[in-house]
Ligand binder design. Structure first.
Ligand code: SAH
Ligand code: SF4
Length: 342
């Protein structure tokens, strides 16, 4: 059986060294090289004996995504296209807000959920990413950034809660204090509303931040925009979110992209207030990012955005109007296609 470094937990590394007759603390040393120093070549791990370095390179693969291309946007956003060992391509985005940096990473190659407004969804589903493929995007972006990136959001390609085991395993490595030691509050999962996944998250030992992609406030419209709503209708999703909120004490963020004459009329702001009553969510109004596969979908007008905001204010709902980032290189929410074609 061949092992691959990024697929291993700290416990796996400890077991491995114990089986080799080496000291258990070697596990922590190797993980420090990989996760803290971003050193991926065993021969450069200078506090290990030469014999051990040779043994590691002969026995433990170090598979990383290969960077095919990167693009920088005028606002400092960087988009990366990676190729995986089997030829699948995925994208990640590094968002720069001064000192505040966020890595937006993919959890699947493609996405099976086919939301009508999303370029990833338009390109179909290929497969789930492994723990190591999820971690590899982040660690390589940190290496290229030359400094730690302190926030990670699962808002790239794919639905993280349809790849729960690998996403949760990657998060354990990110959070482990002997590995990347990234705080739970710096890790966000965004979901289209996979109810069993939200329930599992409520029981997960690491209290992450959770975002729901809402985009429509009644089942009829939401099912049209997001077919997953047929399986998990709104009330069930909201109940799962309430359970998550009660269990973890975490406030939930709601993502709502305003699409011209689709979901931007004020009646939907009122519907939103009624739907989310008792949840005390935080609303992110995001600009709809146009996508090549659906040219008929347009960004809401300034006037309707203003009216929508006014309605939310009058309803006492806390919200933020987000600015678009990385739009000029198709690096904004929902625009990732795995081709870096723009
Ligand atoms: N599958 C998960 C996470 C990845 S999508 C989810 O859907 O939540 C990341 C975010 O981009 C989601 O909030 C999604 O709804 C949003 N999105 C997709 N297409 C978009 C578009 N064209 N414009 C703006 N946001 C979009
Ligand atoms: Fe998948 Fe999220 Fe895109 Fe929907 S919005 S198709 S769930 S990636």
């Amino acid at each position: 059986m061949t092992y691959d470094a990024l697929e291993l937990s700290l416990g796996d590394w400890q077991l491995l060294f114990t089986n080799w007759g080496d000291a258990k603390f070697r596990a922590g040393q190797v993980c420090q090289w990989i996760y803290a120093k971003k050193v991926f070549n065993y021969h450069d791990m200078s506090n290990l004996s030469k014999d051990l370095r040779n043994k590691l390179s002969e026995n433990i693969l170090m598979t990383l995504p290969i960077m095919i291309k990167q693009q920088s946007s005028r606002d400092g956003t960087r988009k990366f296209l990676w190729q995986l060992h089997d030829g699948n391509r995925i994208e990640s985005v590094l968002l720069n807000h001064g000192d505040h940096k966020t890595a937006c990473i993919s959890s699947q190659a493609g996405c099976p959920l086919a939301c009508t407004f999303c370029e990833t969804g338009a390109n179909g589903f290929h497969r789930n990413l492994t723990r190591g493929e999820i971690l590899g995007q982040f660690l390589l972006m940190e290496k290229m950034n030359g400094a730690d990136i302190n926030n990670i959001v699962f808002m790239g390609m794919g639905e993280p809660l349809l790849n729960e085991d690998n996403v949760f395993a990657a998060i354990r490595s990110l959070n482990d204090k002997h590995m990347r030691n990234l705080g739970a509050r710096h890790i966000t999962i965004s979901t289209s509303g996979i109810v069993p996944g939200i329930e599992d998250l409520a029981d997960f030992e690491i209290p992450l931040r959770l975002s729901l992609s809402l985009h429509a406030t009644n089942d009829e419209l939401r099912s049209k925009l997001m077919p997953v709503n047929n399986k998990y209708p709104l009330q069930k999703v909201v109940n799962a979110l309430k359970h998550y909120r009660e269990r973890t004490g975490e406030r939930i963020t709601i993502e709502y992209a305003l699409i011209d004459r689709v979901n931007d009329s004020v009646e939907y702001a009122y519907e939103m207030a009624a739907l989310l009553d008792g949840l005390e969510p935080y609303i992110n109004l995001i600009p709809f990012n146009p996508i090549p596969s659906r040219p008929e979908l347009k960004r809401a007008s300034d006037k309707s955005v203003k009216e929508f905001c006014r309605a939310l204010t009058s309803l006492n709902i806390e919200f933020e109007l987000r600015r678009e980032r990385g739009g000029d290189i198709m690096a904004a929410c929902g625009q990732l296609a795995g081709s870096l074609a723009s």
